[in-house]
Design a protein around this ligand. Structure first.
Ligand SMILES: [Zn+2]
Length: 257
């Protein structure tokens, strides 16, 4: 399985900056998990291939690219872009984003081939997207949010999305026979403990407690969703945790699991 966190911004030489404003992971070049930088950072091959977008929640940094992606594809879509999300997230998109005031309500308009967006409501049970099996698990964020465990025939990866301390997520993850990677958020440095609690995010200290709940002791752990303003402080605090199999997920790099 190939996984890449799309770039949010670029360095002067055109390479991906480590600063992550948006969240959008592309799996095997054809499935997107979250859509923050989907319209602006996909390759042309990915633009042609991706027709399935799985959303963790409706915060702007996770959905910003979705309206622009559908807009960009509007003339050429032969089938709708399928958006997999919980009922709560779909309602937020339709009420606050695709409402004509912020952007067109694509669910009401068609191109020459037909519909351009199709919502697929997810509940607690596993579902399939292309060749991937996804198990959704509710996590603990300020708004309804979902983590996912996704597998192809060879590998299984878990992603927390935005979250604070979790319970059920660990129960599900610990039942997996072989976990190849865990992607977990760490949005704020330790000095923002109060803000992290209010906004339901993790800090390095809280992350350490969380990964103590993981039973797959050798599984590589990749930290994601660091607020760019606090990146250096978070990185330095993560290093001090001295967890050997913990590392940052590099923006723009293609990982093979
Ligand atoms: Zn969020």
């Amino acid at each position: 399985m190939k996984l890449r966190l799309l770039a949010s911004t670029l360095e002067r030489d055109g390479s991906a900056s480590g600063r992550q404003h948006y969240s959008c992971f592309v799996i095997d070049g054809c499935v997107a998990i979250d859509a923050g930088s989907l319209a602006t950072s996909v390759t042309s091959d990915e633009r042609n291939e991706i027709r399935d977008v799985v959303l963790t929640h409706a915060h702007l940094d996770h959905i910003a690219g979705l309206p622009l992606f559908i807009d960009d594809l509007f003339p050429i879509l032969k089938k709708p872009v399928r958006v997999y999300a919980t009922r709560e997230v779909i309602d937020v998109l339709e009420t606050h984003i695709f409402n004509w005031a912020v952007y067109p309500r694509f669910s009401e308009i068609k191109n020459s081939h037909g519909e351009v967006i199709e919502y697929v409501e997810i509940e607690n049970s596993e579902f399939y997207v292309r060749h991937l099996k996804l198990q959704p698990v509710a996590v603990n964020h300020k708004v309804p949010s979902t983590g996912f465990i996704f597998s192809d025939e060879k590998s299984t990866v878990a992603v927390s999305g935005d979250t604070a301390e979790m319970g059920e997520f660990w129960d599900v993850v610990n039942k997996i026979e072989k976990l190849d990677a865990l992607l977990i958020e760490c949005a704020f440095p330790d000095e923002f403990e109060e803000l992290s609690s209010i906004s339901r995010h993790l800090t390095p200290a809280k992350l350490k407690t969380e990964i103590g709940k993981l039973k797959h002791s050798d599984c590589p752990i990749y930290v994601i969703n660091l607020k760019p303003s606090y990146r250096d402080a978070i990185v330095s605090q993560l290093e001090k945790l001295s967890v050997s199999h913990l590392q940052l997920l590099e923006v723009g790099r293609e990982y093979h699991f």
